[in-house]
Ligand binder design. Sequence first.
Ligand code: ASP
Ligand code: MG
Length: 408
Amino acid sequence: MALIVQKYGGTSVGSPERIENVARRVARWHARGHQLVVVVSAMSGETNRLIALAKEIQEQPDPRELDVMVSTGEQVTIGLLAMALKKVGLKARSYTGAQVKIITDSAFTKARILKIDEERLRADLDDGCVVVVAGFQGVDEHGNITTLGRGGSDTTGVALAAALKAEECQIYTDVDGVYTTDPRIVPEARRLKTITFEEMLEMASLGSRVLQIRSVEFAGKYKVRLRVLSSFEDEGDGTLITFEEDENMEQAIISGIAFNRDEAKITILGVPDRPGIAYQILGPIGDANVDVDMIVQNVGYDGLTDFSFTVHRNDYQKTLKTLEPVVKHIQARGIISGDKIAKVSVVGVGMRSHAGIASTAFRTLAEEGINIEMISTSEIKISVVIDEKYTELAVRVLHKAFNLDQAS
Ligand code: ASP
Ligand code: MG
């Protein structure tokens, strides 16, 4: 007998029929003798609907009040699921985040979980109950309702698994696992049986949006066994997120090709080469709350440098505005910029011990005549910025070059 936390996302609980499906799945696990804590999201589309409603009253909704109302989406689902569980003959009890006592800080709309009081849940579990908990929400030390940021139910699941020392946290979603790349672009993409936490973080932040990044970080920190599975299939082991140190089998060198079309590139031309220049450029951007991703600068023979970096497309215009006075002040020659770019990344822990990955990637792109505008690397990934129109081609040829279509 094991204690298992299962989390079901919005599409998995998108209608009463689907909620009854979830109840049947939970019942099967329960029948095998497991104790179950089930975390649910709001029904699909509901959180968006609630946010839109708030915006009809206030363009920038008051964060505290927004959390009060947006958290109701999940409250509906827990009640419905507990009913469905009772209907199939199980003992079940539902709780909001505040009822459990999922204590968070007071950062409304993006709160962090500080601690969980798991006593009440334990008593229910020992009593044979399935416990249903609202994802995405908590309560601060003053009793205010908080939410954990979009996609936050994943984090609720992982945090409960950590607090209860669960055997496994299973994230049920509308895909059956983590793939070597987006199957809509490469039909030969394969589901990975395992992927390490670090790779998963790279894949997630690079645009393979299966799990909320914060939940992956949390699971890594508290050593929670995390698995992604489909709620629409009865079979299948999904993808297990592993810790590199307990990998005993031969690990693939490259796990996947990630891509991201959410960035824009900015180049400041003819920047004088002197100490403090990078700070003069990037300081104001940081102050404007804009995150910078890739950065490239290299001093030319004339003592001037072109300084390029990328930001999220949502921050593109704001960044250009911020830079106007900066460019004048540092006496650079001007700015060129564009948002028709894509970042494509080759990800794999095997890079640490295998040479030649970068040259294979660059040769593959060269053979297709794809120009690389920027390059950045870490221990386990190589990213390139290319013209957006070549995104799909680049992903396809890289996927093939690293034999990702072949079962390992
Ligand atoms: N319902 C919330 C959202 O849509 C939380 C979640 O689904 O994880 O972001
Ligand atoms: Mg989600």
